[in-house]
Design a protein around this ligand. Structure first.
Ligand code: AP5
Ligand code: ZN
Length: 216
């Protein structure tokens, strides 16, 4: 099964991807995670990406398409994959279609998480991530047992460098201008499945299962 998990920043794509990985046994391909790992490792890609990501803008399409092209051919994608945070422009969606047609693979569903902007700001400003194991938390909705400390590995919880007010504003603007038009693109292809992204993580999980299993 090949899925795209689509939605604005902070819609819950990363949170829900984790569950899809476990439930359907397919890997998550998150361009944001791949780029953050490159920034941390200070690779050429990471050095180019850091300022763009911190500002809340998008990397050039050809750079991100190169990342996806290299990742999607790996063995663990043979039974399917979930794309998180990609594609984000019409050009990326066209590029993805070319890559997939070369591999004779098709997208089954584009799951679009619908969340209003005021809730997005609340979700992003409260998000914290463990520096050691990457587990995600939220100050209000998913707090750790001890403030600032990961429940699993006792690592330090930090705020992402693009989760401050200016960057959040720009990410939302970038989403509206460059990414939201993809909804019509995938609607036309008959692949768009809108899922209400407000509610508990578990409720949204159930909605996604319903869509993926063809029950809604
Ligand atoms: P990326 O990492 O993809 O960031 P994003 O799209 O802004 O999405 P987020 O990771 O912020 O949010 P999410 O939807 O995963 O939400 P989460 O589950 O964490 O991209 C970062 C940057 O990299 C981009 O700005 C760009 O510069 C670059 N980039 C990446 N891909 C690119 C591409 N294709 N092209 C060009 N550039 C690219 O949830 C958020 C918070 O809410 C968490 O704290 C969580 O605990 C909480 N939460 C989740 N669900 C619920 C719920 N149901 N109720 C209450 N709280 C909840
Ligand atoms: Zn941890």
């Amino acid at each position: 099964m090949n899925l795209i998990l689509f939605g604005p920043p902070g819609a819950g794509k990363g949170t829900q991807s984790q569950f899809i990985v476990d439930r359907f046994n397919i890997p998550q391909i998150s361009t944001g995670d791949i780029l953050r790992a490159a920034v941390k490792a200070q690779t050429d890609l990471g050095l180019k990406a850091k300022a763009i990501m911190d500002a809340g803008s998008l990397l050039p399409d050809e750079v991100v398409l190169g990342v996806i092209r290299d990742r999607i051919v790996l063995q663990d994608c043979a039974a399917g994959f979930i794309l998180d945070g990609f594609p984000r422009t019409i050009q990326q969606a066209d590029g993805l279609a070319d890559i997939l047609s070369g591999l004779q693979v098709k997208i089954d569903h584009v799951i679009s998480l619908e969340v209003p902007s005021d809730m997005i700001i609340q979700r992003l400003s409260g998000r914290r991530t463990c520096v050691a194991c990457g587990k995600g938390y939220h100050n209000m909705y998913a707090p750790p047992k001890v403030e600032g400390v990961c429940d699993w590995c006792k690592g330090e919880l930090v705020q992402r460098t693009d989760d401050h007010e200016e960057s959040i504003k720009n990410r939302l603007l970038t989403y509206e201008n460059q990414t939201a038009p993809l909804k019509a693109y995938y609607e036309q292809l008959g692949l768009l499945r809108s899922v209400q992204g407000v509610g508990s993580v578990e409720e949204i999980r159930q909605r996604i299962v319903g869509v993926v299993q063809g029950l809604s």
